[in-house]
Design a protein around this ligand. Sequence first.
Ligand code: NAD
Length: 492
Amino acid sequence: MNDVMTNKTDYCVENFVAGKWVRGSAGHIDVISPYTGKPCGEVHLSLTQDVASAVEAAKINQKEWEQTPLKARTQVLFNFRDILLRDEQKIAQVVALESGKTLSEAIAGIRKGVEVLEYALSLQNSDLGGKMEVSRGVFCEYRRKPLGVVASITPFNFPAMVPMWTIPIAIVLGNAYIWKPSEKTPITSQFIANAFHEAGLPAGILTVVQGASEAVNALADHTDVKAISFVGSTKVAQIVYKRATEKTKRALCLGGAKNHIILLPDADIEVTGAGISDSFTGCAGQRCMAASVLLAVGDVDKHITKIKERAASQVLGQTMGAIITQEQLDFLHEAIEKALEEGAKIIFDGRKLSAPQENSEGYWFGPVILDNVKPGSTAAKMELFGPILSIIRCQNISEAIEVQNSSEYGNAASVFTSSGPMAEYVASNTKCGMFGVNIGVPVPREPFSFGGVDVSKFGHGDITGVHSLDFWSDVKKITTKWELQSDANWMS
Ligand code: NAD
């Protein structure tokens, strides 16, 4: 059962600055629940001056936090983990209400966030730096140093998980962290900030600034914000990356995706049906790891029948959630019409699935499978961000790889096959940051890091795991000598 409670509609979300909730100066907008199409609360947005005061407040305790030993900093986050798990159901309700996810998807997102948190907690035992005697009596040593005040801008589609990719790691490393959530899904930030406060995090180490582009620009421009991570569409990722790096700021900006799955005739039929269908329908297709294009190599019609059957079993409002806005819903309908004009044919039309009776005014859109999609067409190239699977028929594996490689995006790709050598060949020749073998959503689990290539990511490193540590910190190199050595060595 997907018992998302849509009856609480009076959330009021503000900025969390210096450990207190304060109102931004840019007025408020409604937060609309995709389940009902109606307001479930309001969010007060910020102007440049609100960001400036938030940065000032974040600076106050940062040095003391930095000087607190790593093991002591980590203890606060252990408390936070307990609170997060205690309140998991409550937070999942809010995530689902404001983002349109099902309750189980919302819980899965929180648990993935907890996994990143656990990685951050493990740093106290694993991030040892290193020290060695490089010359007689001379020692070189690594020490990881935080950057100071850092910021992160997150998208609507994972209101808890995406922020949790960065908050624990940046904070455990000793930074003060400013979070700008999506203005479409800001309510979750209230619960996460309150949980950190209850856990004992000093005031200002986690700040939340609500807002839209003005708040983002102010963070990118502020000289005391030393690094910015961004997750969202490619268009905005590029804007933020350019703006932040022009100010010589460190930036890591993850963008959109158009993920391809290569399906070969020898693939296991059950694994394929579930893996591919769930990949494009999960989170109603609103995830950057969703399958978007199916490259069908040779005769795979029996596999496609399985994918179709599973898609047909989806129940809107129960197993499948809603689309974020009316505008995005209209865009998906238009995208289907455009695909038909460009020669595709519909082989499964979930637009006909009925909306849930209790929430008929929500933004519902069932799974759609398009066949005979042409490689250069809009459905083949553009990120649609909805539960639409575009099938491109390919004569052979080379053709499939050529289509995959021609995408401007490079987030994820997968192959479904029972041949090990073939899987290896496709893994080596596809252009992506994350690859799956018989897995429709190849999200790396911690400690493996998350991130794409090409226009799916601007900047170096990844956003989670071991490859994120150097983004949120500097490594100081210390060379020490206590006595004059008699050896003839330039260092001694
Ligand atoms: P979005 O780009 O519209 O918004 C993301 C953030 O940017 C929000 O906080 C928003 O307030 C801010 N923003 C919007 N316009 C801005 C502007 N002109 N200037 C400065 N800031 C601006 O993305 P979205 O619709 O919230 O999320 C969906 C997108 O995110 C999809 O493209 C999806 O693929 C992508 N995404 C990528 C990943 C990844 O890991 N690569 C993960 C999740 C989502």
